[in-house]
Design a protein around this ligand. Structure first.
Ligand code: GLN
Length: 541
C-alpha cells in the first residue's frame, strides 16, 4: 500500500517547504523505502519555463526535458534520484489538460466543474506518481501558502485522497513560521491561524514543522498542541541554518523519521545515514578556502543560479574546500574596469547560463581576463558561448564575432540559432531540452574529468556553435572536446594551453549531487585551488 505525505505551508512563502520535503524524503530513503516526490505549483503558467528567474528562481531541467520549479533540484540532490516531467505540475497544466479533454469530448454530456473534474485530474496525477515502479511513499508538496486564492482545489484534492486511501496511510505535514518579535518574544498566532485555515478545509495536520530563528520553548509547543490539536512531540523545530544539508540530520535528531514511519505504519529500523553525515562533516570542516567569481546577469539575493551554487559547493566537498562566491554583475564590467583589482582575490571565474544581451560584453571581458591570466574558468551554456565568442574575437582574429542572439548582423556569427529552432515561434517548452549524449575526445580536460567516452547531460538552449566556423576556431587552437554522437553539435569547448578553461553547452549543475559531485565542478575547483596555491606562493615571494 502506497503511503501519501502532503506538505503545506503557512504564514509566508519561501519558508523552506522544499528543503523540508527533500529532507523528510532523505530520512525515509535512509530507512530503505522507495520514495517519490511531486511538487504542485498553484500558478497559472503551464510550467516554469518562461518565468523570470530573478523573481521566481532558477528553472530546473529534468533529464526528460521538463522545465520545472527549482525545488525539484533540492529533491534530486537530497534524494539522489532523477525526477521527471510528472514530478511538477501547475494549475495551468491541470486546466489545460481538462479543457483539452472537454474539447475532445471525453466528458460528453457532463457539466465540467472545479469539483470533481479539476480535483480528479489533480488526484490522478498524484496517484500516478505512486503507481510508478514500487513506490512506498509519495511526498506531495503544495507550493504557496494555505489561504492563497489558488489553493482550494489542491487542498480539496489531498483531503479526498486521505479519505480514499485511508487516514492511516496519509500524513499531513504543515510547515509554518514562528515569528520572533524584536524583543525576542516568539509568536505562534500566525501559525495557529494557518492551521485553522487548513482545518476549515477538513484537514488536520499530523506533524508541524516550525520555522524559527530561536529555539522553541515548551510553552509555545504546549500552546500550539492544545489549540491546534497536534501532539507536542509531533511539533518539530526548524531552526534557521546556513547549511541546508544539515537539515535532514537535525530532523532525524528530533525523531522526525521515526514519528513519520510510526504514523504511517512503516516500521523499519533507521540506519545511520553515514554517507550524508560524512558529507556534512566535510562541508562544515573544510581544509581549504578559496574565492571564485560568478559573472552573470543576476547577482546574489535571488535563487536564479541555485543549482550552480550547489554544484560549486559539491565541487568544494570533493576537494575538502569551502568555496566562497563573489557575485559580479556582468553589466558593471566595462573596458574601464580595473580587472586586476576586481579579481585580486579571485581564484576562478564562472559564467553561468542566461538569455538576452544584457551584460554579455561584461561576461566576454571576464572570459578574456581568465584566458589571458590563466585563471581557471568554467562556462555553463551561455558561459560556453561567451568562451567561443571571446576566442574568436581575440585569438582567431574574427573582429566583431558574436552570437546572433545578441547581434544579428555580426560578421562572424560563431554562435547561431540551431536549425530546428528556426521555424519555432512559441516560447514555452520549445528549446533543446533535457538529456542528450555527448562523445568526449581523449586527452582533454573533459575526458580527464569524466573518465569515460560518452556522457549524458541536460540541456536548455536555442543557440549553438556555428559549424561554418568550427575548423577556423580549431585551427586557431580551440578544442571541441565534446560533440554529439553524429558530430553535428559541439557540446564542450576548451582552451588547451590553459590550466583549466572549459565551457559546456549543457548544464552540468543540474546533475551534481552532494554525494556525487559533478566531475566538471570537481575538477574546476581542483584547478581553482591549484591556481590559488600558485597565486599566493608568488605573492609571498
Ligand atoms: N541564450 C543561450 C541559448 O539559448 C544560452 C542558454 C542558456 O545559457 N541556458 O542558446
Amino acid at each position: 500500500m502506497t503511503k501519501y505525505i502532503f506538505v503545506t505551508g503557512g504564514v509566508i512563502s519561501g519558508i523552506g517547504k522544499g528543503i523540508t520535503t527533500a529532507s523528510l524524503g532523505r530520512l525515509l530513503i535512509n530507512r530503505g523505502f522507495n520514495v517519490n516526490v511531486v511538487k504542485i505549483d498553484p500558478y497559472i503558467n503551464v510550467d516554469a519555463g518562461v518565468m523570470n528567474p530573478f523573481q521566481h528562481g532558477e528553472v530546473f531541467v529534468t533529464h526528460d526535458g521538463a522545465e520545472t520549479d527549482l525545488d525539484l533540484g533540492n529533491y534530486e540532490r537530497f534524494l539522489g534520484v532523477d525526477l521527471n516531467k510528472h514530478s511538477n505540475f501547475t494549475t495551468g497544466s491541470v486546466y489545460k489538460e481538462v479543457i483539452e479533454k472537454e474539447r475532445r469530448g471525453d466528458y460528453l454530456g457532463q457539466t465540467v466543474q472545479l469539483i470533481p473534474h479539476i480535483t480528479d485530474e489533480i488526484k490522478r496525477r498524484i496517484y500516478q506518481i505512486g503507481k510508478d515502479s514500487d513506490i512506498d511513499v509519495v511526498i506531495t508538496e503544495i507550493g504557496g501558502t494555505i489561504g492563497d486564492f489558488e489553493m482550494p482545489p489542491f487542498v480539496e484534492a489531498i483531503r479526498e485522497i486521505a479519505v480514499e486511501v485511508g487516514r492511516e496511510n496519509t500524513l499531513f505535514l504543515h510547515v509554518s513560521l514562528i515569528y520572533t518579535l524584536p524583543n525576542g518574544e516568539s509568536k505562534s498566532k500566525p501559525t495557529q491561524h494557518s492551521i485553522r485555515k487548513l482545518q476549515e478545509f477538513g484537514i488536520q495536520p499530523d506533524l508541524l514543522l516550525c520555522r524559527t530563528s530561536q529555539h522553541l520553548d515548551d510553552s509555545i509547543r504546549r500552546k500550539i498542541a492544545l489549540l491546534c490539536g497536534i501532539s507536542e512531540d509531533f511539533i518539530i523545530e526548524g531552526l534557521d541554518t546556513k547549511c541546508v544539508d544539515e537539515i535532514p540530520l537535525n530532523f532525524e535528531e528530533q525523531g522526525m523519521g521515526h514519528l513519520v514511519a510510526k504514523k504511517l505504519g512503516l516500521e523499519r529500523r533507521a540506519t545511520l545515514d553515514a554517507e550524508w553525515i560524512a558529507m556534512v562533516d566535510k562541508l562544515k570542516n573544510p581544509k581549504h578556502s578559496t574565492n571564485i567569481a560568478i559573472v552573470g546577469k543576476y547577482t546574489t539575493g535571488s535563487d536564479a543560479y541555485i543549482s550552480v551554487q550547489e554544484a560549486i559547493k559539491h565541487g568544494g566537498i570533493a576537494n575538502e574546500a569551502e568555496v566562497l562566491i563573489e557575485w559580479i554583475e556582468a553589466e558593471s564590467l566595462t573596458e574601464d574596469t580595473d580587472l586586476d583589482r576586481l579579481f585580486e582575490n579571485i581564484d576562478g571565474i564562472l559564467v553561468p547560463g542566461g538569455f538576452g544581451d544584457r551584460g554579455i560584453e561584461g561576461m566576454i571581458t571576464a572570459v578574456k581576463y581568465a584566458r589571458e591570466k590563466r585563471t581557471p574558468y568554467l562556462g555553463l551554456c551561455l558561459g560556453m558561448q561567451c568562451l567561443v565568442i571571446e576566442y574568436a574575437r581575440h585569438v582567431a582574429h574574427m573582429k566583431g564575432a558574436n552570437s546572433t542572439e545578441f547581434d544579428e548582423k555580426t560578421p562572424y556569427p560563431v554562435i547561431d540559432l540551431m536549425l530546428e529552432q528556426r521555424a519555432i515561434e512559441d516560447k514555452g517548452a520549445t528549446m533543446r531540452l533535457g538529456h542528450y549524449p555527448c562523445v568526449l575526445k581523449e586527452n582533454t580536460k573533459s575526458y580527464e574529468a569524466f573518465q569515460q567516452p560518452i556522457i549524458l547531460e541536460r540541456h536548455r538552449h536555442r543557440y549553438e556553435l556555428n559549424n561554418d566556423f568550427r575548423s577556423r576556431l580549431e585551427d586557431a587552437g580551440l578544442c571541441f572536446s565534446g560533440v554529439s554522437p553524429d558530430e553535428s553539435l559541439v557540446e564542450i569547448a576548451e582552451v588547451p594551453d590553459h590550466p583549466w578553461m572549459v565551457g559546456s553547452q549543457f548544464h552540468p549543475e543540474f546533475q551534481s549531487k552532494p554525494l556525487a559531485p559533478h566531475p566538471l565542478f570537481r575538477d574546476f575547483i581542483e584547478a581553482v585551488l591549484g591556481y590559488q596555491h600558485v597565486r599566493t606562493e608568488s605573492g609571498e615571494a
